[in-house]
Design a protein. Structure first.
Length: 147
């Protein structure tokens, strides 16, 4: 879900990205919306700022991080009690070309790995959806809730 879509559902939206280029594009796309802030960095930046959230949406994020388990745990720590973390990621695959062409560090994740990391971070599974793509990839959308 893009920041402009989230803007309709939340009082404040924080767009976080490791890529300054992606943040610039997001800012251009959503510059007319007053309640969106843009932060360059990872979840650790928000933790240092004492940021708290009612919901976090991580769309195709973990595959680009060197420590996905740590990022998931940090995202969970940013949630207020009874808040939600929604992660969309590719399921595990063997398409090695994605490393070069998409800058993926990971070739997807098993649903069991994401669920285990979430439980370790104090989250419980709320719902899971799996979407098959025509290109052979499968996308998982995992909805977790902070206990």
């Amino acid at each position: 879900m893009a920041a402009p879509d989230l803007h309709k559902r939340a009082l404040n939206v924080t767009a976080l990205d490791l890529s300054q280029e992606m943040l610039t594009l997001a800012r251009q796309h959503a510059r007319h919306l007053p309640n969106i802030s843009f932060v360059h960095g990872s979840t650790d930046v928000l933790m240092q700022q004492g940021h708290q959230a009612d919901a976090i949406v991580a769309n195709m994020v973990l595959q680009h991080t060197s420590e996905p388990e740590k990022v998931l745990a940090e995202a969970a720590s940013l949630l207020r009690p009874e808040s939600h973390l929604v992660i969309s990621e590719l399921c595990a695959h063997d398409q090695a070309w994605a490393r070069e062409h998409c800058d993926d560090l990971w070739l997807g994740f098993s649903p069991e790995a994401l669920e285990a990391w979430a439980v370790e971070a104090g989250l419980k599974t709320h719902a899971s959806v799996f979407l098959a793509q025509r290109n052979g990839f499968q996308i998982q959308v995992q909805h977790f809730e902070r206990c």
